[in-house]
Design a protein around this ligand. Structure first.
Ligand SMILES: Cc1ncc(COP(=O)(O)O)c(C=O)c1O
Length: 448
C-alpha cells in the first residue's frame, strides 16, 4: 500500500488528534513526532514496519539506531519469552545479567568491569559522577553540539546558535530553560575535531577537570569520525592531567566488536553504552577501569557512587541483550559495515544524479545526508553548512520518502539493520533519487 503522508483522514492522524487530550501537544516522545502528525506503528518484523493504516515502511531509522537485528528477531524473541516465563521482574539478581556482562567485557580489554542502567542518559550521568568522585574535581568537558542524553550537564551547549554561541571559545549554555548556573559553570565546552583549540581550553581548566566526555562519531557535528590528531590530543591531555577519558559508545559501539574506540585505536577509561546492547529493550551501561568502577562497589558499606534503580539490569533486557550480542558477531558486523559502504556510495550517487548534490557521511552502518557542498568538521561548521538549503530540502524530502516506504530520521540520518540486503539499499537509493528529483523540480518552480 502506498502512503500519502501527511493525510489528515488517516488512522494515524485520528490517533494523534485523540492523543491531544492526554499528552501535551499530543506526544509523549518528541522524537516520534513527524509534523504535521505522528505515525503509529501496528507491527514490525525484520527490517519492515507496518503502520496502523497498513502502509509498509522499510526501517532505516531503527529507533535511533537501536534495532540493529531488525524487528522480532527469532533469537531475541525466544530469549525474552523464556526469561519472562522464568523471572520477569524481581529484587533478586538473575544469571542473565552476568552472561550479558561477560559478553560485553570480553569485547574490549578497556571494559574491565561493568554496571547496567536503564538508559544511555543514565549511563552518561553515572560516568560523570564516577569521574568526579574518582578525581575529586568538579568539571566535565564535552564537545559543543554533541548529544549525550537527557541530563542537565550532558545537555550543555547542545544546540547553540550564532546568536548565542560567542565569537571565540564555545560557551556553556543550558539546554532547557531554568538550568542553574551551577550546571553551566561546571561544564567546559570544546570544539569537536579541533585539536589545538580544544587543547587550549582543556588546559585552562585542567586543575578542575574530572573527565572529558566524547562521542567519536558525533552525528550532530556531521557524522565524520574524530580525527587521529583529535583523539591523540584527548588521550594525551587526560593522561597528563589525571582527568578520565569517557567515550560515549551509545551509538558507535556497532562499529566493531570493541566499539569505535577499537576501530579508531584509543583506550577509554570509562565507556558508556545503550541502544543496541539491549536487543530492543531499554538499557544503558557503564564499563571501564576496575579501579574507577570500584567506586560502585557496595560490599564495604555506602559506595562512593551509589547507583541503583528499580528496573536496573531488568531480566528481560538482560536476556534480550545477550541474544542480540551473540547474533551481532564479527561476521555480522563486517557484513553490515560493508553494506553501509555500499549504501553511502549509492546515496552519494543518488544526490549527484538528482541534480541536488551534497554529501553523505557516516561510518560503519550509519549514514547522514547533508544537502550542501560546504565542508564541515564540527558543530559550528555543520550548523552553518546546513543552515538553510539543507533544511528546506530535507523538509520536502521526508514526506516523499515516507510515501515511498522509507523511514529515516527527519534530519537525514539513518542506519542499517542485519536483515537488510542489497535490495533494501537499492530501494533506499532509488527512493532518495526519485524524491530528490521531485524536490529539485519543486524548488525550480518556486524560484520562477
Ligand atoms: C551518543 C549518545 N549518548 C547518550 C544517549 C542517551 O541514550 P538514551 O536515549 O538511551 O537515554 C544517546 C541517545 O540518542 C546518544 O546518541
Amino acid at each position: 500500500m502506498t502512503a500519502t503522508f501527511p493525510d489528515f483522514a488517516c488512522q494515524s492522524a485520528k490517533l494523534f488528534e485523540r492523543a491531544q487530550a492526554v499528552f501535551p501537544g499530543g506526544s509523549t516522545r518528541n522524537q516520534t513526532y513527524f509534523p504535521p502528525h505522528m505515525i503509529y506503528a501496528a507491527e514490525a518484523s525484520g527490517c519492515r514496519m507496518r503502520d496502523v493504516d497498513g502502509n509498509e515502511l522499510v526501517d532505516f531509522h531503527n529507533d535511533y539506531t537501536v534495532t540493529i537485528l531488525g524487528h522480532a528477531h527469532a533469537d531475541v524473541e525466544r530469549a525474552v519469552i523464556e526469561q519472562a516465563r522464568q523471572v520477569m521482574c524481581a529484587a533478586l539478581a538473575v544469571p542473565a545479567e552476568i552472561e550479558l556482562a561477560e559478553i560485553i567485557c570480553a569485547r574490549n580489554p578497556n571494559f574491565e568491569r561493568i554496571r547496567f542502567m536503564v538508559t544511555g542518559s543514565e549511563a552518561v550521568a553515572n560516568a560523570m559522577k564516577a569521574a568526579r568522585a574518582f578525581t575529586g574535581r568538579p568539571k566535565i568537558a564535552k564537545c559543543e553540539g554533541v548529544y549525550h542524553g537527557a541530563n542537565d550537564f550532558a545537555e550543555v551547549s547542545l544546540d547553540p546558535t550564532p546568536q548565542n554561541w560567542g565569537q571565540e571559545a564555545p560557551r556553556s549554555i543550558g539546554f532547557s530553560e531554568g538550568v542553574p548556573q551551577g550546571v553551566t559553570d561546571n561544564v567546559v565546552v570544546i570544539p569537536f575535531n579541533e585539536p589545538d583549540a580544544a587543547r587550549a581550553i582543556l588546559e585552562a581548566h585542567a586543575a578542575d577537570l574530572a573527565g572529558v566526555l566524547v562521542d567519536l562519531t558525533a552525528a550532530r557535528c556531521g557524522a565524520k569520525p574524530a580525527s587521529p590528531e583529535f583523539i591523540a590530543m584527548l588521550r594525551e591531555f587526560t593522561t597528563a592531567s589525571g582527568a578520565l577519558l569517557i567515550i560515549d559508545e551509545v551509538i558507535s559501539f556497532r562499529m566493531s566488536r570493541g566499539g569505535a574506540q577499537e576501530a579508531l585505536g584509543v583506550e577509554a577509561d570509562l565507556t558508556t553504552f545503550g541502544k543496541i546492547i539491549g536487543g530492543g529493550m531499554p538499557i544503558g551501561a557503564l564499563a571501564g577501569r576496575a579501579d574507577v568502577m570500584s567506586l560502585f562497589d557496595a560490599t564495604q558499606g555506602k559506595p562512593a557512587v551509589p547507583q541503583s534503580g528499580t528496573f536496573t539490569a531488568h531480566p528481560l533486557t538482560m536476556a534480550a541483550g545477550q541474544a542480540m550480542l551473540r547474533a551481532y558477531d564479527g561476521e555480522a558486523i563486517d557484513r553490515l559495515n560493508e553494506l553501509g559502504d555500499t549504501a553511502r556510495a549509492q546515496l552519494r550517487d543518488a544526490l549527484v544524479q538528482s541534480g541536488i548534490g551534497g554529501q553523505v557521511t557516516g561510518e560503519s552502518s550509519l549514514f547522514l545526508m547533508s544537502f550542501t557542498d560546504e565542508p564541515f568538521h564540527d558543530y559550528r561548521s555543520y550548523y552553518r553548512a546546513t543552515a538553510d538549503r539543507h533544511h528546506r530540502i530535507m523538509g520536502a524530502l521526508f514526506p516523499k520518502l515516507i510515501n515511498r516506504g522509507v523511514l529515516m530520521a527527519a534530519w537525514g540520518f539513518g542506519c542499517l539493520s542485519t536483515p537488510m540486503e542489497q535490495a533494501e539499499i537499492d530501494h533506499l537509493s532509488e527512493a532518495v533519487f526519485e524524491s530528490l528529483r521531485e524536490v529539485r523540480d519543486e524548488l525550480a518552480e518556486a524560484a520562477e
